[in-house]
Design a protein around this ligand. Sequence first.
Ligand SMILES: [Zn+2]
Length: 469
Amino acid sequence: MLISATRVANSLTPISDLLIRNATLVATVDNQRSEIAGGWVSITDGLISGVGKSGSEPVATRVIDATDCLVTPGLINTHHHMYQNLTRAFPPMTNAALFGWLKTLYPLWSTLNEESAHVSTWVGLAELALSGCTTSTDHLYVHPAGAGDLLTASITAAQDIGVRFHPTRGSMSLSEKDGGLPPDNVVQDHDVILAESKRMVELHHDRAFGAMVRVALAPCSPFSVTKKLMIESAELAETLDVRLHTHFAENSEDDDFSIATFGCRPTQYLEEVGWLSSRTWVAHCVMPHHDEIHTLGAAGIGAAHCPSSNLILSSGISPVVALRKAGVHVGLGVDGSSSADSASLWLEARQAMLLAKLKDGADAGTARMALEIATRGGAGCLGRVGEIGEISVGAVGDIAVWSLTGPAFAGAIADPIEAWLRCGPVSAKHTIVHGRSIVENGQLVSNKVDEMLRTHRVLAQRMQAHYVA
Ligand SMILES: [Zn+2]
């Protein structure tokens, strides 16, 4: 057993709540990108209280021995649609591109309710936690009439499992009859969307340092909401001082829609609707032209890179290296669980590394770059640099511990960070959020896992039964 209680009865000695020690390497991803061989990290009252080299460890109530492990900041998921795990790997849609894929699945998703929102979010966050994720966003943009309060249902799931959560109040207001993509029964009235967005922020948004829940506003995409809603959502976000999120320049269909409907490139559209600001982070950002990349960087925008989704839907390869160079905060996203069906942030980090190599050369995509995107970059997207996504004193105690042992790592002894993404593992050994373990020795700590998976199966069957060929 690696975890033990070692409280020392000396009132003069500072006692931290948790000490993670003997790491092969602590990759802090702090301002100096410090890497500490044989390092340790301590956490007190949910925040990192110390980081150091072997021999200077503080006394702690609880100790995790990280021998043969890489210790990193907890990974940050900046784009997801958790409810979509109810239609994962759904055969009628497994070979479709974005627009056809969406049009077939909208009717199934229109049956979403509070129970299915809660359970799918719980399961989605459980899956993410196993891949070292400690903070996740969720873009919940389907709010069918009479479905209830789906956002609150998803937030209670995050609170139960203990993942730091950035739900976004998504919306769709442009249905097929008005030239949009979704059917009438999944879009909402403009005023209802804005009123509900405001209510959700007032109810759940926590502005305190170390907050576990923060809400953002997230009209779904240019092809599913009106221009007026984009403009007024940006104004409301400014008034409420919350962040903005949407899909952006995802593939050539998306690009074509922008030019045909708005008569401009997607970046110009963002500017027209008041979204070209550091308050915004967008999902995908696959198609920007050279000049658009510089405009986005100058605005200090964030971009959620979703490599697996972009590959599965054949959308393209996001110019991540150029975006980062231009000043864009590039984070990592697993995207919805029925486009990139697996929701592993480790896997996405590896994909990000491989795609950057393919696009920009073997030396462009390193494991360190991918780790940075998965941690600090995500913090930039969510407006929380210095607070999450790094191991430094005062930042939140969100940590992932990765075992570097077993056949997959044999011989990989020279560089623990490159080994982490090149050789494995897919799963975290320990995932710690605000100083609390939610994954221990590769297993979820919660005792509800089996019950939730059973319920999820029933709900998935019920939803998929609505498919009409
Ligand atoms: Zn998405």
